[in-house]
Design a protein around this ligand. Sequence first.
Ligand code: URP
Ligand code: ZN
Ligand code: ZN
Length: 464
Amino acid sequence: MTTLIKNGTVVTATDMTPADVLIDGERIRAIGLGLGDSVTAETVIDATGRYVMPGGIDVHTHMELPFGGTFASDDFGTGTAAAAWGGTTTIVDFAVQSYGETLSQGLDTWLQKAGPKSHIDYGLHLIVREINDSTLREMDTMIDRGVTSFKLFMAYPGVFMVDDASIFRAMSRTADNGGLIMLHAENGGAIDVLVQRYLAEGKTAPVNHGLTRPASMEGEATHRAIALAELAGVPVYIVHLSAREALTAVREGRSRGVPAYAETCPQYLYLSLDDLARPGFEGAKYVCSPPLRTADHQADLWRGLVTDDLQVVSTDHCPFDYKDQKILGKDDFSAIPNGLPGVEDRYTLLWDGGVAAGHISPTRFVELIATAPARMFGLHPRKGTLAPGADADVVVFNPDADRTISAGTHHMRVDYSAYEGRKVRGNPEVVMQRGNILVQDGKFHGQPGAGRFLERSRFGPGPG
Ligand code: URP
Ligand code: ZN
Ligand code: ZN
């Protein structure tokens, strides 16, 4: 099967050029100006007035994550279909080690969840909850199985949190095995004291979730994480960075030569503490950790994306229904399941608020949405760019399409949108994975189980 995408502007992390793209089977065969004049293909897609860009790579999702007595509402079927609708063709989700379980058991559970359902290709990180001699040894095995990154939590005491000694031991192991430690950086101990104090004072509304998780405690934990990585002599990746204080810690680490990397998420670029303070229980829709910050943090995050102190935009997609799930915390903000939906919205949100609004160039957009995550998480050059030999994961993007984000039209299995009513410019009109059309003309053509598990290489930030 051959496909020719004609007359578009091809955008990669380095170039933006008028060119045609020839796809042969699952891979891109050639890219060139006027290529369509000399070759024929079984399928031709006219991309006049469109950008032709790599499929998005979202390296932070939580399909069916068990959290707070319930499960994230998207499974690998609904969540990956929604991702494809939004222009994302690869996710890296988080398998979880349950207490008392081996890492292999955690990984196998997630492979069983994802395999039969996923519409798009997927990799897995591992959330490690217990660091001991045996789990440290098992990290090596996980790397051999293509799971090359491990998330540790500095927050959620009694649920996910591990202590500094454990973090340092895990980092020291990655110094030998080439894995990458990812940190949820918030000072869980201090936050927990604040949470108990607020609840004892009768402060139970959703906004208190934000007020008990101050930005200074994200800054402190981020600084600590980077200092531990520096001591261990390894790279470190800070997930879902939300606050200026944390960004400062990353920037300072990088400027003294520590290979510290970080991602932020659309919710921290577009939403704020004001959303968490919406009247009644509405704020529960915006409960995630780290929490939404005051709006003045957003300009710093945009600057971080421009200066490359932030290298990746992921979603931390972790949806919970408002009516049935967020309601668990009706009388106690600390019982509201943490997480926001977003896997479908990232591509267009970053284009609209980033490129259309003039913060970043189209090439930087591609780098943030696909190329840098592919490099950092061992998927490049097969994924994350458009080049001969790469997987034909392609988005034909209409930059002039106006639409309004709404739960009424999105495809994520969640009963609200965090961006309800937001007008955005840009639409991924055609979405392809390995040469197969997943979305075209407003119709979905994906198949559950068609997505493949991606065995990832070891961490490598690559050039630039
Ligand atoms: O609120 C969030 N972020 N939920 C998902 C779990 C995590 O910490 O990433
Ligand atoms: Zn986290
Ligand atoms: Zn997360």
